[in-house]
Design a protein around this ligand. Structure first.
Ligand code: FE2
Ligand code: FE2
Length: 294
C-alpha cells in the first residue's frame, strides 16, 4: 500500500493539531479566521494557549468549533492566568472549571469529557486531552529541590509570568495541583481498552527532551513533569501532541512521534518560512523519516 503523502489532506479526514494561537494578537486572530479544515471530516486538536481573556478564548474556540467536525482542547498555562483586566476573575481550579463549562457550551471536548475515538484514517485511537500542569521537576543537573531550582531561576532572571498570574487555589502550589491531576488522569488512562492506541494531547511536553533546546534552560521548570516520562509507551501513544515551547518540530522517542504544533507569537512565526497557522497532521501518520511539516 502506498503511504499517504507527508502533509497532504486525507480524502476521508485527518486528525489535525495546532496550539499556542495566542489570539490576543490581531495577527494571530487573522490566522485563526483563515484556519479551515481540508475536509468536512477533519478533527482539530487545540493544545492550549488559545489566549488569556475568557472572551478571547470563547471567540477562538467557537470559531473553530463551527468549522471542524470535532474540536478537542487541552488547557495551556495562559488560559489559566487570571489577568487583572479580565472581567472573569475566577482563579485556579475555579477558572479551569469555567473553561470546561465554556467548552461544554460550545460542543468542544475538554479533559473532563469521555475520550473520543478517532476512527478515520490512521485510527482507531482514543484522543486524550490532558490537563497536567508542571511540578518543577525538569531541573538542571545537580539541583535537588523545586525550591532551590526556583531560587536559581530567579537569580538568573528567568521567572515565568505564571508565577504572578497562574493561581493554584485551592491547592497550596501548582506542583500539588499537578500531582493531583497526574494521579487522576493515570487512573482514567489505565481504564482504557488495553488494545486501543491513544493520541495524547498536552500543552506541555510529556518527556523532557524537547526542553533541551530552550534558550534559557531554567525555563524548563515551567514546562512539564518527570512523572509522565513513561506515559507515551505505557498508554500506547500513536502520537503525542504538545505546544508551549513555541518551537515547532517533530521528534521521535521509543518509536513514538512527539509533535510540537505551536503557532506562537507574531514575532516568532514571521521569521519562519512556512505559512502561519497551518495545522499539523497527526493521523494518518506520515511515513517515519518524514516530518509532518517542513
Ligand atoms: Fe504559548
Ligand atoms: Fe504555554
Amino acid at each position: 500500500m502506498t503511504p499517504p503523502p507527508p502533509d497532504g489532506p486525507s480524502p476521508t479526514g485527518s486528525l489535525l493539531a495546532v496550539s499556542d494561537l495566542h489570539v490576543r494578537y490581531a495577527e494571530n486572530r487573522a490566522v485563526v479566521e483563515a484556519l479551515r479544515p481540508s475536509s468536512d471530516q477533519d478533527w482539530l486538536l487545540v493544545a492550549g494557549d488559545v489566549g488569556e481573556q475568557m472572551a478571547d478564548i470563547e471567540w477562538a474556540l467557537a470559531t473553530l468549533a463551527a468549522r471542524f467536525r470535532k474540536v478537542v482542547w487541552a488547557p495551556g498555562n495562559h488560559e489559566l492566568w487570571t489577568p487583572p483586566d479580565d472581567p472573569v476573575q475566577a482563579r485556579g481550579a475555579a477558572r479551569y472549571d469555567a473553561l470546561v463549562r465554556l467548552c461544554r457550551d460550545l460542543g468542544v471536548t475538554s479533559p473532563e469529557d469521555p475520550y473520543p475515538v478517532w476512527r478515520g484514517p490512521g485510527g482507531p485511537a482514543a484522543v486524550v486531552p490532558l490537563f497536567l500542569l508542571y511540578d518543577y521537576s525538569f531541573r538542571q543537573p545537580g539541583v535537588r529541590t523545586a525550591e532551590e531550582a526556583l531560587r536559581r531561576a530567579d537569580e538568573a532572571g528567568v521567572v515565568a509570568t505564571d508565577e504572578f498570574l497562574l493561581h493554584s487555589d485551592p491547592y497550596p502550589t501548582v506542583a500539588d495541583w499537578c500531582r493531583a491531576r497526574v494521579l487522576r488522569t493515570a487512573e482514567r488512562l489505565a481504564a482504557l481498552p488495553a488494545d486501543l492506541p491513544t493520541v495524547l494531547v498536552n500543552h506541555f511536553p510529556l518527556v523532557r527532551e524537547p526542553t533541551e533546546v530552550l534558550r534559557y534552560p531554567e525555563f524548563a521548570l515551567w514546562c512539564g513533569t518527570e512523572s509522565t516520562a513513561d506515559w507515551p509507551v505505557r498508554y500506547r501513544a500513536a502520537a503525542v501532541v504538545y505546544g508551549h515551547l513555541h518551537i515547532p518540530r517533530l521528534i521521535r522517542k521509543q518509536g513514538v512521534p512527539h509533535h510540537e504544533v505551536s503557532l506562537g507569537y507574531p514575532r516568532e512565526w514571521r521569521r519562519r518560512s512556512t505559512a502561519p497557522g497551518r495545522p499539523v497532521r497527526i493521523l494518518p501518520a506520515a511515513a517515519p523519516g518524514t516530518g509532518s511539516r517542513p
